[in-house]
Design a protein around this ligand. Structure first.
Ligand code: SME
Length: 160
């Protein structure tokens, strides 16, 4: 059993520092990337408020393929450049989407989603996965969330 001192409601930079520390702790010395993504999806879902989906898509032979997540069943394969996830993977840049209905080509896996944050995970100059967070609240994510999840992506780069 893992016990963490994460305190929901604390200022976001502190919350994300704790979250990254917890993610590093639960993935330490574990070489299985699926296990590490599964525990980190659970961590994200458990400790970040107002999410309806949190998880990973992995780059497999040039396509994003669904990885471990917490939330409703989701679309399995996303082509590069398609949707928010495929845009993040194709550009290598974080996608902060305050209103998913205003994002051209947004892929609606859960009709409840209103805003979304997708952060690419880079390794050796390539995008190997994306971390996807969905919220039922409009404009749920801000620059602090983006910076926090980017720090998580960097921390997990060699562990997934
Ligand atoms: N909305 C995403 C698809 C993945 S689900 O949100 C889990 C997109 O547009 O790429």
């Amino acid at each position: 059993m893992y016990a963490f001192t994460l305190t929901p409601g604390q200022p976001k930079p502190a919350l994300y520092r704790d979250l990254v520390e917890a993610a590093l702790a639960i993935t330490q010395d574990e070489p299985d990337g699926v296990a590490n993504m599964a525990n980190c999806a659970a961590l994200l879902s458990e400790y970040l408020p107002d999410l309806n989906w949190a998880g990973f898509y992995r780059m497999v032979e040039g396509v994003l393929v669904l990885g471990p997540f917490a939330g409703k069943p989701a679309c399995i394969r996303i082509a590069l450049g398609h949707g928010v996830c495929g845009t993040a993977a194709a550009t290598g840049e974080t996608q902060l989407v305050p209103d998913v209905h205003a994002f051209p080509g947004h892929i609606a896996c859960d009709a409840a989603s209103r805003s979304e944050l997708v952060v690419p995970v880079h390794r050796n100059g390539a995008v190997i996965a994306v971390i996807d967070l969905d919220s039922p609240l409009p404009a749920r994510f801000d620059a602090d969330d983006a910076a926090g999840i980017e720090a998580l992506a960097q921390a997990l780069s060699g562990r997934i």
